[in-house]
Design a protein. Sequence first.
Lengths: 729, 451
Amino acid sequence: MSLGPFPVNRTERCALPFWLSRVFSAFCISLGVLTACATDGPNIGRLDFPTQILPLLTKAGCNSGACHGAAVGQGGFRLSLLGYDPESDYEAITRELEGRRIDLATPARSLVLLKPTRQIEHEGGRRIKRDSEACAKIADWIASGAPYGNRSLRVERIEVQPSDVLLERTNSTFRIRVTALLSDGGQQEVSGLALYSSNDDSLAEVDNQGAVTVRRRGVTAIMVRYSGQVAAVRVAVPFQETPLDKIEFATRTLVDEWVLKELKRLRLPPSPLSNDSEFYRRIHLDLIGALPTEADVRAFLNSPRDAAARERVIDDLLASDGFIDFWTMKLADLLLIHSKRLGDAPARAYYSWLRRHVASNTPLDKLVSELLTAQGNAAEYGPANFHRLKQDPRDMADYASRALLGIRVACARCHNHPTDRWTQEDYHRFAAYFARTTVDGQTVSLNTHGEVLHPKTNQRMNAKPLGASEPSELPSDRRAHFAEWLRSNENRALGRALVNRVWKELMGRGLIEPVDDLRVTNPASNPALLEALVSDFIKGGYDLRRLVRTIAASRTYQLSSRANEVNRLDDRLFASAYAKPLSAQVLADAVSQATGIAGDYSGYPEGTRAVQLLDPAVQSYALDVFGRCEREAVCESAGQSGGGLSQALHLINGPTINGKLKQAVAKYLDANRPMPEIITSFYFATMGRSPESHETAQWETLVATSDRAEALEDLLWALLNSREFAYNH
Amino acid sequence: MKTKLKQRDCRCDGISRRDFLHLGTLSCLGVSLADMFRFQAVAGDSARRVRSPKDNSCILIWLDGGPSHLEMFDLKPDAPHEIRGDFKPISTSASGIQICEHLPRTAKVMQDVALIRSLTHELGNHDTGARYLLTGHRPTPAVNYPSLGSIVAHETGFARAMPPYLAIPNDGVGGDSGAAKAGYLPGAYAPFSVGGDPSRGDYKVRDLDAPEGVSFDRTQRRQSMLKSIDDFSRAIEEGPSTQSRDAFYEQAYRLITSPQAKAAFNLSGESAANRDRYGRSRIGTGCLLARRLVEAGARFVTVVDTGWDTHQQIFKALPDAFFPGSGKLPALDRAYSGLLTDLKERGLLETTLVVLMGEFGRTPKLNSLGGRDHWPRAGSVCFAGGGVRGGQVIGATDAYGEVPVERPVRPEDAAFTILKLLGVDPIKEYLASGNRPLKIMAEGSFISELV
């Protein structure tokens, strides 16, 4: 955007000021030495702009985000990102700059050819070769009068072949074939024109003609884009050439069947089952966000220890208050419950409503539906707060789609989504669901008017769910239609997003990562497993506890986190358990539990655990540096945003640990217990296991040779700072 | 945890050999020799000096709330009183440049300051304005842009005992805007907040010293016990998460055990005279601390000073506040002039870029409460040191200070320039979340008059 009479200085970025480049190109052209293309065109009959010319420019990178596809264009020439808006691109090419971008009389003098072939100065360098078919085709198109062509012809979707590839060894290659299916029923092979990118370059490389070369073992996907449509090709190379180990284990829940199938296919030997103390600590941290007590660990280790015993533990934890507190907190993070923004009473109402539903195990689709259709006084009816987070229906659409459906549609606010199938129209039609919600202070009500307009055409947008067909008729509360659509039998979007999030909470990594970026071009690491879980979840009535149980009772969940030589390379097929850093509240609570000294949260009764806090408004430096979800926006993953250096300094020197050591050690010493017992208790309290004999011996010697209390404080400090403590493994 | 970030080759690359060649060949077409020199002065910086701009540091003094250009650096003595207000301009050490009478010490160092009077944008809220200025990008819901300090930290890495990016006292700017944080970069590149109030006599950075009663020997014993436990426990496989955790522990221990780095946080190492020169205010001690941190190896230090949102009683609030001389301007005056003088005396000004700015200017017309409201269309920014040519004014606003009439400078340009002066290539490409390729700066250009 230019401001005032003085143009913004751009010499840093452009070789030539714009006017100079024009002088220069005019100069070159007037010499009459240029022909646009070195070869004659293949003479392909009639050439349509949107389906035959624009893809050439997209392929050449002209309309990429870094070049003319940027929101402000480049060098005075603006195209729509990846050609999503053919009509405006056609305008830009044929009409702007007094039509000098094309020269109907002498196509060779068209800027649209001279620039990308770099016969005249072009900041973007040479994008199209003079002797290429593309060059000839564009020249032909100009020579034929640069017609727009059939205005109703669109690419409906694309098909890729193969779509799922298993290659035997690294450095092998295959080629992707892409077919465009057109709205007139026709087909076009577009392998040479599609855009390809690898989701993991280090595993599989793809060239611009769709030839894929795999570089290492594992799984990933290649993203294919053409004319606004997207597809993905899964690529896998087994982890070893010949199956060295027999890959087999007794399956416990449906999770294991699908995991095992994939492990066999990829010759990935799983780790053994976790031992009992590992399992016991893990299941407590995952289900109730707390460490098990020493007494409970001992009791469990002394009882019969089979699969059924583990299931009993799972069931007990699922039925506990700890589960309610912990999973309410997780959902509250997603719903951004925060008294600073919502007000005290509304935040409390929102939290209580949520906790009540988690306690009664309300089906999650019903809970979501209550959220979406809520109205009334937010201080009395909690879910109404959902609509008070954002004022603009588009912001609401961004938030709701990300939190509930795990998709990021915000890109499509300004242009068609570059890596998904959402168009700008899809986006604004989705936003229209929220256009009639009115928020007046604490009161959420429905309006009879209120629309979302398309930013380019200014047309009123009729509400329509993302990726669904036209609604036959909208109820007066548009949101009810959206909620109904979400819960309809054939709709798996909500189920998929929820299953993926819960899976991540328990397994440390989503089947799709990131968990809020679900799209066709970002396939699950084990799609069959995800779909099987989704079907089961929906069939089971969106039952949170049932889903948690299906995952936690599986052998897959209960595998050891110790990797073997082969599966050490795996980070997404769940051949071993992945260690998860403790989230902020859980870490703070674990320190309190291990030392026996509660955290101090002002305004809450003594002994309140951090996972029970209503929101992040309560001041706590420890929770801040441990990276609690601030509930400003949907947090990608709890515990991942930890304060790095500040956190390390705080754990080493800060009062959260150091302030509790003296008192904690005094309690152990008061009981007059023998030293090995105290050391054993320290290990149970922090690691949930007994120390190895050499560990006990090492610390006994240390305590014997120095100040007893100080040595024990230092031991407790070291255990609380250890990796084993800081992770759920 | 897969890292979200990798660098990409840029397609539409900017300053490069090619550009140089073109300037060479095109000089006959009207690019003046002066333009050439200016151009080379930027690109050829490293050739001329022993130090490259990559060694330059930046102290950013952030006046949170929106400093009034009309009461500081862009007075309009000829405008009617409702515009011009109460304050009078005074001459400075830079001939022809006048600033506010309440900045007399700053007036004496203006020969080292390049004053930009034509900063302009459209975002009149604290959060969005702060984000715009501190990231160089107009905020959008689609991309969470990193702050300039985080970009510099990312380009610097963590090899030194001193963290690359720090905030004094913390990174809370523009409300809860997160404008000074890491955006789409990993959280490790967020600033290390020193916390607390440096102007207090007992000021200490949190968690830097061992807890009371824990001797140096015990600190070492604890460290070796921890190592022994971590070495033994094979329960946790090595991975990006453990590696980053280990890296932070290492950095923490480097900092804790580096007397030099630790001493940098301790203001008692400064003479009373020097402390007085900066002033004992929050901003004064903040600037002094910033200088010490830069000296000890920090690359980007943001000093946040709050309270510039002067909607009421601006002619009392700025100079006097509670009692005469206790306002924002006298404190800033000492802090800013003290910092520039001190840096110069130590030979650090050449390698330390000092930027003074806030999220926007203020309404030219006084409101009914005798204050000024938010006005993003015009504001002033000061650049000094780090290779900047002082004693000049860039850009101008109209007679009422409403809009730039000369050389408008956008937040993108300011950000682009700060990065460039710190040796960061502003058009290098990063991959943001979702593998979206993004140039560090998609827009903006170097403010070439500065060098």
